[in-house]
Design a protein. Structure first.
Length: 499
């Protein structure tokens, strides 16, 4: 037992020595910083910021639309898209754990038991044992020869524990594990941005439904006014005051308006079905039948620095990919160095099952293998150059991602200002066209103008109303896209650079 205690003591010392070399012999990489990429970052956006108040993280509450809030809640709870993202996050985590498992030792345990029976006939000397001591009389006619075969049984039982561990004295396996988890972080950021994007796109789809509902209302109002005009013309035609041309023009306009109503209804149902699918509901096409656009929109803070984009989840994912590529360069370089593998096993072996836990039946072995690459046709050095090229490519993808993000924000800011100008102009046009339509009806009643003038002014008035409604929806969509492009809610602390 004293010998076993000494062996255990030296084994523990060896283990802690190896662990110390493993921990302190590894190297880490620095996080990538924006300054290293030489990307020109302006202090402020080139385009003007439309508003000056910050928006909150729950941006949908600013619309003060209870139906929209219900939509967002249902999507977060039931959306198949968001549920799929959660499963993909779990898949990415497990893949990282699998890829990084090489840093740990491989341990295994087993139990064995066998029982066998053998005989001596197959060894060619069974007869010698059987006839031993019979002498020459064995060949005489009086002797009696036996055909008995000797056999014997054997039993063996055992328990064993074995392990194998590549000692990571250079940090090769640890670099691989860190790279795997950097990939997981990148995937997690990408999926987070996808989830955020899903909510924003769902809100945009909701407002497309609101617009479609408004377009149905405009088409129905247009139909009602055309029916009123048709009835007036028909009455005067029956009295012989108007020609059949006016009556037929009025009937044509009513029929055309009826077709437009059906088209608007179909568009609304299709958009409703699209939204219901996002909500995880049956696509009945009846989610929204009437709604209006909100008056208040989420605000964008004035003077927001351009480097705020570094907090966007998809941009953070690009940073993590650069860091993972850097770690793999280190891993590839360390593959050129010698490797040491520690192997061992311990257990018991006995012929009697009840003695399997007896210390006297213990067996063990411990081995240390060292190997170094001498010649492999340049494969390992080419692998280093390959990973260095991957690192440079990931840096360029990060630069491109940053510049693309800047472009998205600048375009959305420009479009925001343009939409405001268009909305102001269209609002004036709608008022003027409404006055023109009313005036044309009065002039037609007095016989001063033609029915074509009335119908044209009515068509222009409703077309402008339809365009104005579309522009209001586009402005809301643009504001939501701007929130998405900025990476969500703004906080003063977010102005710092990404570490």
């Amino acid at each position: 037992m004293k010998k076993v205690a000494l062996t255990t003591k030296y084994s523990a010392q060896l283990f802690f020595l190896i662990l110390a070399v493993f921990l302190f012999g590894c190297s880490a990489t620095k996080p990538i910083r924006l300054e290293e990429l030489e990307v020109p970052l302006p202090d402020n956006w080139a385009a003007a910021i439309p508003d000056s108040e910050p928006f909150t993280s729950k941006w949908w509450e600013v619309f003060a639309d209870t139906t929209l809030e219900t939509v967002i809640q249902d999507i977060r709870a039931n959306s198949p898209d968001l549920k799929s993202i959660l499963h993909r996050q779990q898949m990415a985590l497990q893949n990282a754990r699998i890829s990084g498992a090489g840093v740990f030792p491989s341990l295994g345990a087993g139990a064995s038991g066998s029982k066998s029976q053998q005989n001596l006939a197959g060894f060619g000397f069974a007869d010698a044992f059987l006839n031993m001591g019979s002498g020459s009389d064995s060949s005489s006619g009086g002797g009696q020869q036996t055909n008995q075969v000797l056999s014997f049984d054997t039993e063996t039982y055992g328990l064993n524990f074995n392990f194998q561990w590549e000692l990571d004295i250079w940090g090769r396996a640890l670099n691989g594990r860190r790279a795997a988890f950097k990939d997981y972080e990148a995937a997690n950021y990408e999926l987070s941005y996808l989830g955020f994007s899903t909510l924003v796109r769902a809100a945009q789809t909701y407002f497309q439904n609101v617009e479609a509902s408004g377009q149905v209302a405009i088409a129905e109002q247009s139909y009602a006014s055309l029916v009123e005009i048709r009835d007036l013309v028909q009455d005067r035609y029956n009295r012989g005051l108007k020609s059949s041309l006016d009556y037929r023009l009025a009937e044509t306009s009513v029929a055309t308006a009826r077709v437009l109503i059906e088209n608007r209804h179909n568009q609304l149902k299709n958009l409703n079905r699209r939204l219901e699918i996002l909500l995880g509901k049956y696509p009945s096409g009846t989610f929204i039948t009437a709604a209006e656009f909100p008056e208040s929109l989420p605000m964008v803070p004035a003077g927001i620095p351009a480097n705020l984009l570094s907090r966007r989840p998809d941009i953070r994912a690009l940073f993590k990919k650069v860091e993972a590529a850097d770690l793999r360069v280190g891993q590839a370089k360390r593959n050129l160095l010698p490797g040491i593998t520690l192997t061992g096993s311990a257990g018991t072996s006995t012929k009697d099952l009840k003695e399997i836990f007896n210390d006297d039946n213990g067996i063990w072995n411990l081995g240390l293998n060292a190997a170094t690459p001498l010649f492999n046709g340049g494969r390992l050095r080419s692998a280093v150059k390959l990973q260095e090229a991957v690192l440079e490519q990931s840096k360029q993808e990060l630069v491109r991602g940053l510049l693309t993000s800047f472009s998205e924000v600048e375009q959305l800011l420009d479009l925001e200002n343009s939409l405001l100008v268009q909305l102001d102009a269209l609002n004036n046009a709608v008022q003027q066209s409404q006055d023109a339509y009313n005036l044309s009806k009065e002039r037609y009643d007095k016989g001063v103008t033609t029915l074509e003038s009335v119908l044209n002014s009515q068509r222009q008035y409703n077309d402008l109303r339809s365009q104005y409604l579309t522009l209001k929806r586009q402005r809301i969509e643009n504001r939501l896209s701007l929130i998405l492009a900025l990476g969500g809610a703004y906080e003063p602390a977010d102005t710092q650079m990404l570490n």
